[in-house]
Write a protein of this length. Structure first.
Length: 473
């Protein structure tokens, strides 16, 4: 809960628990809570999870104002007992009302640990060389990217949102987790520790670039915490939004593109499904490749925010789930990729040619225990077993005990009930974030910056981390 959301129920709790007769100042606490509620609307912003507290505050204000007409807060014995029962009921109602915003808080994206302040910019790209294959229209491929980068402090005062157009994204995400459309409306209130359109920090040499590919029905902001962490340590991170594969995409002109379920036809026979998945993977790999083309043009453009700051000879690529498969497909076919990392990579979109030729880049893969234990992922894991022997420079394959598929993203931050909502495994959320960020940062510092690390030696310093041997069956 945010500060004012904490103070309001604290004032009401103090008022309800105070022994009769209440001092005059205590009898004013509901009024003070109402004033704080109005300030809360202005500063923190209304959210539906607080509605029961708003209502209870109003009721107690009316009650307290009526009582202020009397010189004392005392009653005859019968009325006093009735009053105590009413107060007890009000206290129980307050406790239940307070539980709702606690269980559905406004998520907080952790402050990154690196020395750089982080800036962010969003771009819309149009690749005229490729046709859009999922819109049903005769048009060029169009998608968006969000860039996270080291920035100069004080060059922007506008704190970035976790997601632009949250009023559109939140209902779409809620639908994906089988919740009412309003369930995640409070995501519009989430700011992140980064500044919009801040000036990029200068560097003696260009910054290494890391591309991120999200999963099927995911979105490019789903791993913002990782992007912040990497950017704060001197990387430029580019999160690609794969149109018609993302849960929803909103373009600058207001056009909305929902995901196209036919791109991965659920329930289709294996050959038909994998043929469609290969087409999807090629489209997503094309997005990654065109993103590098665009970054090259920005690096050479004197009017660009990133003029002369990008080192396109040091490019890392990582992805989650289907995005992990797209990262493998891209790195298996484009030599500009110099380091590859997959998080629960979904292998069915990876072409058979790449499966049988492997990857030449330094590569590292992280699996959640939930993914490895899910029998529905057996085909994907069989394909990973087919692929991994051909990775010529493997830095290992690990699993994280107690983690589930979405523990690799920011979604577990949505609620303490995330395990019950199917958004994380039983492992502590802060703990899994520490583990994943450590491996992610260490791998790219090792492979793109040449900074030594002992993290990839066995045994891992994290007891939850186990080497996967043999590779996933």
């Amino acid at each position: 809960m945010r500060p004012l959301e904490i103070f309001i129920p604290l004032l009401l709790t103090t008022y309800l628990l105070w022994k009769h007769p209440r001092p005059y100042a205590i009898r004013l606490f509901p009024v003070l809570a109402l004033i704080l509620t109005l300030i809360h609307f202005w500063i923190e912003g209304y959210r539906w999870q607080m509605i029961p507290i708003y209502g209870l505050t109003t009721i107690l204000v009316i009650s307290s104002l009526i009582k202020l007409q009397s010189p004392a807060d005392s009653k005859p014995v019968a009325s006093y007992l009735t009053l105590r029962l009413a107060q007890g009921g009000a206290f129980v109602l307050l406790a239940v009302s307070t539980a709702l915003p606690i269980l559905l808080p406004v998520p907080t994206i952790p402050t990154p640990s690196g020395p750089y302040q982080v800036g962010t910019r969003i771009y819309e790209l149009v690749d005229g060389s490729r046709k859009e294959i999922y819109s049903g229209e005769d048009e060029a491929r169009r998608f968006t990217i969000q860039v996270w980068y080291p920035s100069e402090a004080g060059t922007s005062t506008e704190q970035a949102r976790w997601m632009d157009h949250a009023e559109i994204y939140a209902p779409a995400i809620a639908h994906q987790i089988d919740m009412p459309s309003y369930f995640l409306d409070h995501l519009a209130l989430v700011n992140v520790p980064a500044f919009k359109d801040a000036k990029a920090a200068t560097a003696d040499q260009g910054y290494s670039i890391i591309l991120f590919s999200h999963g099927w029905t995911g979105f490019n902001a789903q791993n913002t915490g990782q992007a912040l962490e990497l950017a704060s340590h001197g990387f430029i991170v580019v999160a690609v939004q794969h149109t018609y594969g993302a849960v929803i995409t909103v373009f600058e002109d207001g056009t909305i593109a929902n995901y196209n379920p036919s791109a991965l036809p659920k329930g289709a026979p294996q050959d038909e499904y994998e043929a469609a998945a290969h087409i999807l993977s090629n489209q997503w790999a094309g997005d990654l490749g065109f993103t590098l083309d665009y970054l090259k043009s920005q690096n050479e453009d004197t009017n660009s925010a990133f003029y002369g700051l990008l080192d396109l000879s040091r490019v890392g690529v990582y992805g989650h789930s289907t995005g992990g498969g797209a990262a493998i497909q891209f790195c298996g076919t484009d030599s500009r990729c110099k380091a590859l990392l997959g998080m629960d990579p979904f292998m069915r979109p990876v072409s058979y040619e790449v499966l049988d030729s492997g990857a030449a880049q330094p590569s590292f893969f992280m699996f959640s225990q939930g993914w490895l234990d899910d029998v529905d992922k057996n085909r994907s894991n069989e394909l990973f077993q087919r692929f991994i022997p051909y990775v010529s420079d493997s830095w290992g394959v690990i699993s994280i005990e107690g983690a589930d598929h979405y523990d690799f993203a920011d979604l577990p931050l949505l609620s303490p009930l995330a395990p019950q909502l199917g958004l994380k495994g039983p492992i502590n959320g802060k703990r899994v974030t520490t583990i994943v960020n450590d491996y992610l940062l260490s791998f790219f510092e090792l492979t793109l910056k040449g900074e030594a690390s002992t993290l990839f030696e066995n045994p891992s310093p994290y007891p939850e981390v186990k080497p996967v041997q043999p590779y996933p069956q």
